[in-house]
Design a protein around this ligand. Structure first.
Ligand SMILES: [Zn+2]
Ligand SMILES: [Zn+2]
Ligand SMILES: [Zn+2]
Ligand SMILES: [Zn+2]
Length: 396
């Protein structure tokens, strides 16, 4: 009976006409309410429309759409059925939801830890794996444990452990980090040590030994000396040497160590002044006599090497000139003196000079033993010219 009635309603809807009903007035303009939906199942529904003045009528859903809404962290998954029907230019609609799955709940995972500079505070950031736009930051409690104390030579080690509890889930997150701590700023503790002097007492070191680590550390000392016996040119003197080392520049008062010893001071060595040159008669030899500035009784005579150079050749009308240089070297220093001699005019002819030169060379060889000069024209000329003058002088 009921079934037949509904079929009639559906037919009426399809014809876009009110269902045939004897209770409805012919010339009456109906005023329908919002309608009341009835679901027979998820795929079957009808709406009951009631006129404010006369009877009610039922219309089957013209269309039922189905949509799925997946579960989220906080909302369950649903299937939504929406029924709608068009009547008299107006659409009537209704929805019902059917829960198909539970809300998934969050799935928090650590995405990173942040520590304060001094490691006294830390926070953890957790991100929901189901929806990465869900991010939370939780404060952690930090505990520090000294694993190794620093010493004067080795760094120490401290472990910081951070624990963050999520009040929402009760879950705890834990991380830790190891931090090296700097070497004990007080450094070594020195109480003993030994002194080391070099042979001439020009340098001293204090070798300090650390009580804590046993390491030996050298400290350069500053030195002062008090002469107890003055040295001379040739004899050593004697002095009292005092060494002072500061083991900690920040606390010199309590960390100064001293040592004293006596020792020799090197002989001074002579302080030679500019020498006096003594030449032989023909200026072929010279000696240099040195006198010590500290004691005039200290003298030294050194044979000089004599070289000569004609600086101006004689001509028939003018005299020539040559310079003799005596050179000595003493204690790595070179001293020299020049003697200038004038050379006679070349006179009548050069043949005389040449003869003299030849003769002089021979004489020179005999007298001085300088053989190697013979082949060098300039030197031979210089020596022969010199001898020529000498010979001339000796004739007087
Ligand atoms: Zn009506
Ligand atoms: Zn979530
Ligand atoms: Zn030490
Ligand atoms: Zn001297």
């Amino acid at each position: 009976m009921k079934k037949n009635r509904i079929l009639a309603v559906v037919a009426a809807t399809l014809l876009c006409m009110p269902a045939a009903s004897t209770t409805f007035a012919e010339d009456h303009q109906h005023t329908w309410d919002q309608g009341v939906w009835t679901w027979r199942s998820n795929t079957s529904a009808y709406v009951t429309l009631t006129c404010t003045e006369d009877g009610a009528k039922q219309l089957s859903a013209g269309k039922i759409t189905v949509s799925q809404q997946p579960a989220t962290c906080t909302e369950p998954g649903k299937t939504i059925y929406t029924a709608s029907t068009l009547f008299d230019g107006k659409t009537y609609t209704d929805s019902r939801e059917v829960v198909t799955s539970q809300a998934t709940g969050h799935n928090w995972k650590v995405s990173g830890w942040t520590w304060s500079d001094d490691n006294s505070q830390a926070t953890v950031t957790v991100t929901c794996q189901n929806n990465t736009s869900e991010v939370r930051t939780l404060n952690a409690e930090v505990r520090s444990d000294v694993v190794e104390e620093p010493t004067c030579v080795d760094e120490g080690k401290t472990t910081y452990t951070a624990t963050a509890k999520d009040p929402e889930t009760g879950k705890s997150y834990v991380t830790f980090k190891n931090v090296t701590t700097p070497i004990n700023p007080d450094g070594h503790a020195f109480e003993t040590g030994t002194w080391k002097w070099n042979e001439d007492h020009s340098k001293a070191q204090y070798i300090a030994t650390c009580l804590l680590c046993g390491k030996e550390v050298p400290f350069d000392a500053t030195l002062t000396q008090t002469v107890t016996k003055e040295p001379t040119c040739t004899e050593e003197g004697e002095a009292n040497f005092k060494a002072t080392a500061i083991l900690d520049a920040a606390d010199p008062e309590d960390t100064t160590v001293q040592d004293e010893t006596t020792g020799a001071i090197k002989a001074l060595g002579h302080d030679w002044q500019q020498p006096t040159f003594t030449w032989n008669a023909d200026k072929t030899k010279a000696t240099a006599t040195f006198v010590c500035a500290r004691d005039k009784s200290h003298t030294k005579v050194v044979d000089a090497v004599v070289t000569s150079k004609v600086t101006k050749e004689p001509t028939a009308s003018t005299t020539g000139e040559k310079v003799l240089t005596a050179t000595v070297t003493l204690d790595g220093k070179t001293y020299s003196e020049n003697q200038t001699l004038s050379l006679d005019k070349a006179a009548k002819s050069s043949s005389v000079s040449n003869k003299q030169a030849t003769k002089a060379t021979r004489v020179d060889t005999v007298d001085t033993g300088i053989n190697t000069l013979t082949g060098v024209y300039a030197s031979v000329a210089a020596i022969s010219a010199g001898l020529f003058v000498t010979l001339r002088k000796s004739k007087k």
